[in-house]
Write a protein that binds this ligand. Structure first.
Ligand code: FES
Length: 118
């Protein structure tokens, strides 16, 4: 599957997160100040649904479970699971840092296009 229409350019507000399905692939669309980005739907720690997370510092996606933070543009781990204190450190013995998958996004004639295989 090549680039596929995910939504219209004005559908999301700044820092809004939306889960979309393209074919049989689900992913998150996130609108930041400088454009749209797409990531995997679940945290790489213990698979929390990141659609219930939040955006902070202009480009970080915060997991709703143990507060890992991922760079929305690159998927890199900015901060690994750290909540609640003690419990998260125990889970971290089993679950090492792992980046979040990201997908290519481009705008075409007012539509947000994502390559879900990218
Ligand atoms: S599931 Fe995301 S930080 Fe634990």
């Amino acid at each position: 599957m090549a680039f596929t229409r995910a939504c219209e350019e004005n559908d999301l507000s700044i820092n809004e997160i939306k889960k979309v399905k393209l074919g049989d692939q689900s992913l998150l669309l996130i609108r930041l100040e400088d454009g749209y980005y797409a990531t995997a739907t679940h945290c790489t720690h213990v698979f929390a649904p990141l659609a219930r997370g939040s955006v902070t510092d202009g480009c970080r996606l915060v997991c709703p479970f143990h507060r890992a933070e991922f760079n929305i543009k690159t998927g890199a781990v900015e901060k690994w699971a750290n909540f609640p204190p003690g419990i998260a450190q125990l889970t971290n013995l089993l679950r090492k840092e792992k980046a979040l998958k990201t997908y290519p996004v481009r705008i075409e004639e007012g539509a947000v296009m994502v390559d879900p295989q990218g």
